[in-house]
Design a protein around this ligand. Structure first.
Ligand code: R5P
Length: 311
């Protein structure tokens, strides 16, 4: 029997795409709120004797996590052998340290809750900084899809004479990869964040790149203060309006408009979070990794037919 794929609300496109690329059967689920604000979930078909996966990107996570956990439980109770999670954006990874006394390391707690509810996890470029590997906080098997090759392809096809720019030290890991695949030079800036919305960046001798098109790249754009500070720095140094590329287009409140108003050129993102800036599709890469994850689940579960996902 084919594995089942279930979409949380607003994740139907990726669920359909995965069902089309892999032999998965789409199963409907209802997720709604009771008048008192509590969640009600229902799986609309039996999931007996099959492996299942739920697609739910986790931006704005606080509203999504309770119904997601309930849905995972409902799918299991409907008979699924295993339940995986495909979360193209993985929330809470930036809260990876106790920054002030009295705080908690949220990344660890959210990872523990997800690990309890699911059997495996597939995500796209999680924010790995002080946590260097998902297995440090997730106790279930996890696989990561990297956006760098798809971003590099987009840059190669759309930007003349690009210079890749990373706004901070963490970004060096993915900016260097994109630069290599796009056959372009790159620089990494130094960032100081003084608050949620207060960011300063600097880079020595940026002026020497004036003949290039700057391509500013970050994994997450949330308030966009990091990008806005960088755009200002580049414009003052006489560089052209930069193309801004986000893997995860969180864009909190007015961040997208603020970035535009700050002098960004084109603003482009991968489709891990639905947003008008989405221009780079990661569905093929996600499907490839999900296939491997399902094969692993199948190997551990002899009742499940390997040919259902290798066909
Ligand atoms: C942080 O280290 C990340 O890589 C991003 O630079 C950060 O999340 C961007 O946040 P914001 O858009 O709020 O400046």
């Amino acid at each position: 029997m084919k594995p089942a794929v279930i979409a949380m609300p607003s994740n139907e496109q990726l669920a359909d795409d995965l069902a089309a690329r892999l032999p998965l059967e789409r199963i409907a689920a209802t997720v709604r709120r009771f008048p008192d604000g509590e969640s009600h979930v229902r799986v609309e078909a039996p999931a007996e004797a099959r492996n299942a996966l739920i697609v739910c990107t986790l931006d704005r996570p606080d509203d999504k996590l309770v119904p997601l956990f309930l849905l995972a439980a409902a799918v299991r109770e409907a008979g699924a052998h295993s339940v995986g999670l495909v979360a193209p954006y993985l929330a809470y990874m930036r809260q990876d340290r106790r920054f002030n006394p009295g705080e908690t390391i949220s990344a660890q707690h959210v990872a523990a809750w997800i690990s309890r509810a699911f059997d495996w996890l597939v995500t796209v470029d999680p924010h790995l900084h002080r946590i260097s590997n998902l297995s440090q906080v997730y106790s279930i098997p996890s696989s990561v899809v990297h956006a760098s090759y798809s971003v590099a392809e987009w840059v190669r096809a759309h930007v003349r004479n690009p210079l890749l720019i990373g706004p901070d030290e963490e970004s060096a890991q993915w900016v260097s990869e994109v630069a290599k695949d796009a056959d372009a030079p790159f620089v990494v800036l130094t960032k100081a964040r003084r608050g949620d919305r207060e960011v300063e960046v600097s880079v020595p001798e940026i002026e020497r790149w004036r003949l290039h098109t700057p391509v500013l790249m970050d994994d997450i754009v949330s308030t966009a203060r990091t990008m806005i500070a960088t755009v200002g720095h580049l414009r003052r140094a006489g560089l052209a309006a930069p193309v801004c590329v986000a893997v995860h287009a969180v864009f909190a409140q007015t961040a997208f408009e603020d970035l535009r108003a700050a002098g960004a050129g084109d603003i482009v993102s991968c489709d891990t979070i639905r947003h008008p800036s989405n221009r780079i599709s990661l569905a093929p890469g996600i499907a490839a990794v999900v296939r491997t994850q399902l094969l692993d689940a199948a190997k551990q579960d002899r009742r499940f037919e390997l040919r259902d996902i290798t066909a």
